[in-house]
Ligand binder design. Structure first.
Ligand code: B12
Ligand code: SF4
Length: 550
């Protein structure tokens, strides 16, 4: 007998927009609805934790792709007398569903479906959870849980059941109304979380080719000034217990055949001891997992002794937040490694990981750069891009102008040090479009819209400092988006493997060995296109069918 029942809806795990550098021949997918084919990491994690506490929780993935009728059928079949709550797990805002009228209609339908379900089941509480409230405030829910939510949800459930609890509910004014907010970051911090395992169930219908999410640690020991992740500057060991990691990987392999993972850690290689601990248990597994995630390039370059552990863990797809190849700019934000050493080190890392003779060979990375850190000029930034194009090409690149939030629309639960302190920093000031001389005709007509949307419609602060302003940054970005040497020579972003693997179109070996191209050939990967979105939809429909016929 369970202590109570919950249905957890998961969805909106990614978005598609023009902010990444994409392959030149990639379809502009902005005219498709974008529900995401990725399982909900937060939804499954909360479900796992609640089950450990004695509750029965069923996760319903990809919920934006379900029609209202399908959802009603599912609820009709599964709501029970002891159902305490409907959970809603989200990562991005409703605006990320897509840009055209179709997507906007879908969003209205989702909000209305939620309202409809609330009317239909007034005895059940509707609870949303996300890192950032902005992913939830579009819906009319009973409770909003922000931040890592394991401890808070248990208190909330005790409250629902009239049991003794320590629940702290804040009344927060948002837009025109007031919401019931449970602020985990401050009131129920759930980090570290030594056993952050996720246990999937038969009723999740996991398939072997899926890319699941794995947590190896929570929190980051650094404090880069542009970073808005809420758990920064942590001291001590915030890492996952190795035994629970081994059990999770083994379980997912033996039960569902899964070997590929996204790691959600902010910096996987922050401690050599953590790497050694995880590598040790992963070496004992009867299979080789493949992991993708954030790796700090400066630490990697400075600690070659960690490379073997990293390779053995299967961490062969790295996202490097390089941000700049101009050392004075890097120093200001907290990434001040000597950039010549960094470049030389990256080349050594690449050679070491790709070395087949020594039994290795798998390697892919994504390089992230920020245009416009203080001290960066157009020339210094483009110098760095030139190095990538000539010496480190053929990977994936995420390049975007420095984002800073505008005071008028503050971040809903966390903001970066730059966001908080730019006024008194003496580094930044604000400019108007007129002062910056914003003129759309200076941009490439094929790509101009993104910059204009971001400058005119978004909540970005229009920052300026002594060496660049945001308009100059967008002009550089626009040039890069049209730079054939870069955009003709890329591969899938390391956090997007699910788009290519989940429908069995490609394998992880393809990801390591093939480049993007639109040629008809087995030797290439076709960048995601409208047909893939149809295939994703079919995958999800099969899942829905199984959920409804169980
Ligand atoms: C992986 C990741 C991505 C991937 C997502 C796809 C993928 N492959 O998984 C990629 C790389 C695509 C991505 C992109 C971006 N991301 Co991102 N990403 C993450 C990251 C690192 C991990 C997410 C994750 O899996 N976490 C693990 C799970 C277990 O945590 P969780 O989902 O938060 O769940 C917990 C709580 O939220 C809560 N919870 C969740 N659901 C529920 C439900 C209920 C009922 C309850 C009670 C609680 C609850 O409890 C859970 C367990 O503690 C997070 C940061 C982080 N470490 O969480 C940022 C994060 C989600 N990203 C963020 C941002 C801003 C972005 C970008 C917009 C950045 C940018 N400016 O470009 C882009 C989007 C670009 C694009 N085109 O898609 C922000 C989101 C803030 C927001 N809501 O707006 C985050 C939180 C980082 C931050 N700055 O704080 N991201
Ligand atoms: S940018 Fe990365 S390394 Fe820097 S504080 Fe944020 S999570 Fe940590």
């Amino acid at each position: 007998m369970s202590k109570g029942h919950m249905i957890m809806l998961g969805g909106l795990m990614e978005r598609h927009d023009a902010s990444d550098v994409t392959f030149k021949g990639q379809d502009d997918l902005s005219k498709s609805i974008w529900p995401s084919i990725k399982r909900s990491p937060g939804g499954h994690r909360i479900a796992t934790y609640l089950r450990e506490q004695g509750y029965d929780v069923e996760v319903l993935d990809f919920w934006p792709a379900w029609t209202r009728l399908q959802l009603l059928q599912f609820f009709h079949q599964n709501i029970r007398e002891d159902t305490l709550a409907i959970g809603l797990s989200s990562m991005f805002t409703l605006g990320q569903m897509g840009k055209d009228a179709h997507a906007k209609y879908k969003v209205i339908e989702m909000i209305q479906t939620m309202d409809y379900l609330k009317d239909l089941y007034p005895q059940v509480k509707f609870v949303g959870g996300a890192q950032n409230l902005s992913a939830l405030t579009g819906y009319n829910l009973d409770y909003y849980v922000s931040g890592y939510g394991e401890y808070a949800i248990v208190e909330l459930f005790k409250y629902f059941k009239g049991e003794f609890n320590t629940l702290t509910i804040q009344q927060k004014k948002i837009g025109g109304g007031t919401i019931n907010l449970i602020d985990c970051q401050n009131d129920y911090p759930a980090f570290p979380m030594p056993n952050a395992a996720v246990k999937y169930e038969e009723r999740d219908y996991i398939e072997p080719q899926e890319v699941l999410t794995l947590e190896l640690a929570r929190g980051c020991k650094f404090k880069c000034k542009f970073c808005s992740y809420p758990v920064l500057g942590v001291k001590g060991d915030y890492s996952r217990c190795a035994d629970s990691l081994k059990e999770e990987l083994l379980d997912n392999y033996t039960r569902w055949g899964v070997t590929n993972y996204t790691v959600s850690d902010e910096t996987i290689n922050d401690s050599p001891e953590k790497l050694a601990k995880h590598a040790k248990v992963i070496r004992e597994l009867p299979f080789q997992p493949h992991l993708s995630g954030f790796v700090r390039a400066d630490l990697l370059v400075n600690k070659p002794e960690t490379w073997q552990d990293i390779y053995d863990m299967g961490l062969r797809s790295h996202y490097y937040g390089i941000e700049t190849f101009h050392q004075p700019a890097g120093k200001i934000v907290g990434k001040g490694i000597n950039t010549d050493k960094l470049k030389e080190g990256l080349l050594k890392v690449q050679d070491w990981f790709k070395n087949k003779e020594e039994g290795r060979g798998d390697f892919h990375c994504e390089i992230s750069m920020i245009i416009g850190l203080p001290e960066e000029t157009r020339e210094t930034f483009l110098d760095g891009i030139e190095w990538l194009k000539t010496k480190f090409s053929g990977y994936s690149y995420a390049i975007s102008p420095l984002y800073m939030a505008n005071d008028k629309t503050p971040m809903m639960n966390h903001s970066s040090e730059f966001d908080r302190t730019w006024r008194e920093s003496g580094i930044f000031h604000e400019m108007t479009n007129e002062e910056m001389g914003v003129d759309e005709s200076e941009l490439n007509p094929n790509t101009a819209q993104h910059a204009i949307d971001q400058l005119v419609k978004s909540n970005r602060l229009k920052w300026a400092h002594s060496t660049m302003n945001i308009w100059e940054a967008f002009k550089i970005f626009d040039e890069i988006l049209n730079d054939e040497d870069l955009v003709e020579n890329t591969r899938p972003g390391i956090f997007y493997y699910h788009r290519y693997l989940t429908t069995n179109k490609y394998t992880i070996d393809d990801i390591y060995t093939k480049q993007f191209s639109n040629e008809i050939s087995d030797d290439v990967i076709h960048p995601i296109n409208y047909n893939d979105i149809d295939d994703h939809t079919q995958f999800i429909q099969k899942y829905i069918f199984k959920k409804l016929s169980k």
